[in-house]
Design a binder for this molecule. Structure first.
Ligand code: SF4
Length: 192
C-alpha cells in the first residue's frame, strides 16, 4: 500500500490503470449498486492495496450501495466486511490483496462478477468487453486467442500493452501479469 490514492482520483484511475478483473467488478458495482461477497473482497482488498484509506473505502462502498438500500441495512450487513478487509474486525489480520493465481482459481456463479475475466468471460463475451473498452480489433483478437488457450496472465499482459500505447513490458514477456496490484503499479509507473 502506498496510501496515496484518494477517492477523488478513483474514477479516472479505474478507467486508466485498473486491470480488467477490477475494472469489471467496479463497473458491475456502479451498474447494480451492489456486489456479492467474493466480489467485495476481491475489489476491496485491491483498493486497499492501491492505497485507498479505510475511511475513503467506507465512503466509496457506502455511497454506491445506498443507491440501492437503506443506510441502516448497509451499516448492519456490509460495513463489517469493509472493516474486516482493513483488519479492524475478526482476527484483525492485515489481509493482503489477491494474486492473479488466487483470482483465477475462483469461479463465480451467474450473479457474481469476481474472478479473472480472461477465464470467466472467454469467447464472445470477452471480445465484446474488450471492444467496448475501445481496443483495436487486432488487439482484441490477439488477447482473446491467448485467453482461449488458457494463458490468462499472458492475455492480461497483452491487454496492458494495448491499453498503454508504446509500453514494452519485459515483465509480461516473462509470462504475464502475476498480481492485479502489479498491473496497477506498472500503469502508474507508465504514466508517471
Ligand atoms: Fe486480473 Fe490477473 Fe486476470 Fe489480469 S490476469 S485480469 S490482473 S486476475
Amino acid at each position: 500500500a502506498h496510501g496515496e490514492v484518494s477517492l477523488a482520483q478513483l474514477p479516472a484511475l479505474t478507467k486508466r490503470s485498473f486491470p480488467l478483473c477490477m475494472e469489471h467488478l467496479s463497473s458491475k458495482l456502479h451498474d447494480n449498486s451492489h456486489l456479492k461477497h467474493q466480489g467485495r473482497i476481491q475489489l476491496g482488498l485491491f483498493l486497499k492495496g492501491i492505497g485507498l484509506s479505510y475511511d475513503e473505502s467506507l465512503t466509496f462502498w457506502r455511497t454506491l450501495f445506498l443507491k440501492g438500500m437503506a443506510p441502516d441495512k448497509f451499516d448492519k450487513e456490509y460495513k463489517y466486511n469493509i472493516r474486516y478487509n482493513y483488519g479492524l474486525e475478526g482476527a484483525k489480520k492485515n489481509y493482503t490483496p489477491y494474486s492473479c493465481a488466487k483470482v483465477i482459481s475462483t469461479v463465480p456463479s451467474a450473479a457474481e462478477h469476481h474472478g479473472c475475466p480472461f477465464r470467466t468471460l472467454s469467447g464472445e463475451p470477452l471480445r465484446a468487453m474488450l471492444s467496448r473498452l475501445s481496443l483495436k480489433p487486432t488487439d482484441v483478437a490477439r488477447i482473446a486467442a491467448k485467453a482461449a488457450e488458457h494463458h490468462y496472465q499472458v492475455a492480461c499482459g497483452l491487454y496492458f500493452e494495448a491499453r498503454h500505447a508504446g509500453s514494452s513490458l519485459t515483465e509480461t514477456e516473462m509470462g504475464g501479469i502475476t498480481h492485479p496490484n502489479q498491473y496497477f503499479d506498472l500503469s502508474m509507473k507508465f504514466y508517471a
